[in-house]
Design a protein around this ligand. Structure first.
Ligand code: ZN
Length: 156
């Protein structure tokens, strides 16, 4: 009997992720499958819910709205800052990305949206925020998580 995907299982999937325009934004093609602990919020909720009850060899296609994926675009995360917050960087161009360390130790990724003299408009939204995403998924492995994996809350 094959194991059905549920909480406390380690699941391996291959997937292809496309946005509203059909552009491939992420894929496991040419890489190892993605391995995650089901029920641990390791992957986006819309995808995790769709995988519930599936088994090895199953394929599925699921379109996930922004609120079940990387969230809606938050206008407040688009901010105009002074060029001086990028010390030592001479040529700041639209499309460049930077990492900013937050006080709580998390890392925020910002992308340059506009450059006007000393005013730089940065966007700290997740690159996939605001997008409906379509996953084509194949389940390649399902196994029981070890005690250690459950305790850690992630797959090893
Ligand atoms: Zn661990």
């Amino acid at each position: 009997m094959s194991l059905l995907i549920g909480n406390g299982q380690v699941v391996s999937i291959r997937y292809k992720l496309t946005d509203d325009n059909g552009t491939v934004v992420d894929s496991t093609e040419g890489n190892e499958p993605l391995v995650y602990l089901h029920g641990s919020d390791s992957i986006i909720p819309g995808l995790e819910n769709a995988l519930e009850g599936k088994a090895v060899g199953d394929t599925l296609e699921v379109t996930v709205a922004p609120n079940e994926a990387y969230g809606e675009l938050i206008p407040e995360l688009v901010q105009s800052v002074d060029r001086s917050v990028f010390p030592g960087i001479k040529d700041i161009e639209v499309g460049m990305t930077f990492e900013a360390d937050n006080d709580d130790g998390s890392v925020e990724h910002v992308v340059i949206k506009e450059v006007e003299g000393n005013k730089i408009v940065v966007d700290a939204n997740h690159p996939l925020a605001g997008l409906s995403l379509t996953f084509e998924v194949e389940v390649v492995d399902v196994r029981k998580a070890t005690k250690e994996e459950i305790a850690h809350g992630h797959a090893h």
